[in-house]
Write a protein that binds this ligand. Structure first.
Ligand code: ADP
Length: 487
């Protein structure tokens, strides 16, 4: 099975969120199952910073955008030393500080940047004579590839190539004014409500849904949720129409990167057999945030998050004064919207001995938080899969989550009657419900025996890629067989 995995970001080269973790680890798991996989993504400034050493393998690949010919260079490197990864280099589009925009908003030319990327992937397949069995596309930035394969100039080239489209985050659909349509090179017949048109504009993700052979999202629960108006972000009707080709496959965690036993980024390693290293990590974390060591015996709550509405950030302001009346510490790492930056920075000023805030993107600190904190908060409004709760459990940091999407699929609510569960869940999107579930956690923290058992149950959970990668393989096989049968 020959697979080309097209993605807008992949760890360790470029990352804004969980999609990068998935793109950096799922291909490794697929290769172990015998899949001949390669990855393709844009050549951002962060890739150049990561390594200058990846050579150009194709120079001046012709790519047209409207009536402009804008050649790309393709660079060839390796993911995990084994998996070929190709980078589309066109510096005017990708050589920027961020991937998609700044805290003030998206880059103005994101439509051009990612139409260009989709076209480069198509052209590169043909130039390199790479006839993949599957092109696996991820999120809106790659979502025009299936339509371009079926309706582009050289459509016959891809007759025996099937497509799988993964929706990692349905809220980001790539919706643009109709002017950009001409840049896609797609026929105008597709610009209809049954195609790429979305209320008079172009919707890239809708194209991914309609023109792929199969679609999936990253948890079972979310694959159902997105077919409802509450979670479909306007695409629920389209998803219901195509529900026969929609499945849910839970994200896996890369325990090579996220495991307290081997993690080189934390103050001390530890395992479920010996948790003493976790105590060192907690002291280290308090120092990093300049919080008093007197908090050491008290529950240390933590957040690592994109600071955007999706992550439930609005639930904090109504509860923080009440919560901080408790004898606890609170640390946060995140970036996102400026109004949230300001809120949390003000909170740290108000409670200097209890609250530590870093408005930054800092991978090493994210690991230190997972290791050093006691409780991890994830009150998402919606959560397709979610990885941080999975990492938290492995690091013995008890998650408090809202019962939505992948959070609901991966965390079991603590039940005091049976002394079971791996975290704390609440249902309604409501500050009081969130506060109550945090208070349940804080209360249990003082019952050392039950708390330690809860920590250990979380650490024993296994969300490695193995199972989910097998499901992707099955999906690839089914997509390919059905495509060939249609010829
Ligand atoms: P999403 O993809 O919606 O952002 P996930 O929980 O699936 O949420 O994945 C988030 C990933 O991004 C995790 O690996 C997390 O550690 C990382 N992350 C998020 N914000 C930051 C940050 N400010 N600094 C470092 N890592 C971050």
């Amino acid at each position: 099975m020959k697979v080309l995995f097209a993605t807008p970001e992949a760890y360790p080269f470029a990352k804004t969120g969980g999609l990068a973790d998935v793109s950096g680890s799922l291909p490794i798991a697929l290769r172990k199952l015998g899949c001949e996989i390669s990855v393709i993504m844009p050549y951002y400034a962060s890739v150049r910073r990561y390594t200058e050493a990846f050579p150009v393998c194709v120079q001046d690949l012709p790519v047209t955008l409207g009536n402009r010919l804008l050649p790309a260079d393709i660079r060839h490197g390796w993911l995990d030393h084994k998996i070929p990864i190709y980078f589309v280099q066109r510096d005017e589009f990708y050589d920027r500080t961020n991937l998609y925009g700044t805290p003030k908003g998206d880059y103005f030319d994101n439509a051009e940047r990612f139409i260009y990327f989709c076209k480069a992937v198509i052209n590169w397949c043909q130039t390199a004579n790479l006839q993949p069995d599957i092109i696996h596309c991820n999120d809106w930035q790659t979502a025009l590839i299936p339509a371009m394969m079926r309706f582009g100039v050289d459509r016959y080239y891809f007759d025996t190539t099937a497509t799988v489209f993964t929706i990692h985050n349905i809220a980001y659909q790539g919706i643009f004014d109709v002017d950009v349509y001409a840049l896609t090179g797609l026929p105008w017949e597709l610009f209809v409500p049954e195609g790429l048109e979305f209320w008079g504009r172009v919707n890239f993700m809708k194209g991914g849904i309609i023109y792929s052979d199969y679609i999936n999202t990253v948890s079972q629960k979310h694959s159902k949720e997105i077919q409802t108006p509450e979670f479909g972000f306007g695409l629920d009707g389209v998803l219901r129409t195509y529900s026969h080709k929609l499945v849910g496959i839970l994200n896996g965690a890369d325990y090579e990167v996220w495991d307290p036993e081997t993690d080189p980024l934390i103050a001390a390693n530890y395992s479920k057999e010996d948790l003493s290293g976790k105590r060192k990590c907690k002291r280290d974390l308090l120092d990093i945030y300049g919080l008093p060591q007197e908090l050491f015996e008290r529950p240390l709550l933590s957040v690592i998050s994109r600071l955007v509405e999706q992550k439930g950030v609005d639930l904090y302001p109504p509860i923080m004064d009440k919560l901080l009346a408790e004898d606890i510490g609170f640390v946060l790492l995140g970036t996102g919207e400026e109004k949230y930056h300001k809120y949390f920075m003000d909170l740290a000023k108000k409670y200097p001995n209890k609250v530590g805030v870093r408005i930054a993107y800092d991978n090493a600190l994210a690991h230190k938080i997972e290791a050093g904190a006691d409780i991890f908060l994830m009150p998402s409004r919606y959560e397709p899969g979610g990885l941080n709760q999975i990492y938290s459990m492995r690091y013995g940091t008890v998650p408090v989550v809202r019962a939505t999407g992948g959070l609901d699929d991966t965390v079991q609510d603590y039940d005091p009657e049976t002394n079971t569960g791996t975290g704390f869940k609440f249902g309604p999107y409501d500050p009081e419900a969130f506060l109550n579930s945090i208070l349940r956690a804080i209360k249990l923290y003082d019952d050392k025996e039950r708390w330690n058992a809860l920590v250990l149950r979380g650490m024993e959970e296994d969300f490695s890629w193995e199972k989910s990668a097998k499901k992707y393989m099955e999906l690839y096989e089914k997509s390919l067989a059905e495509r060939k049968a249609r010829l």
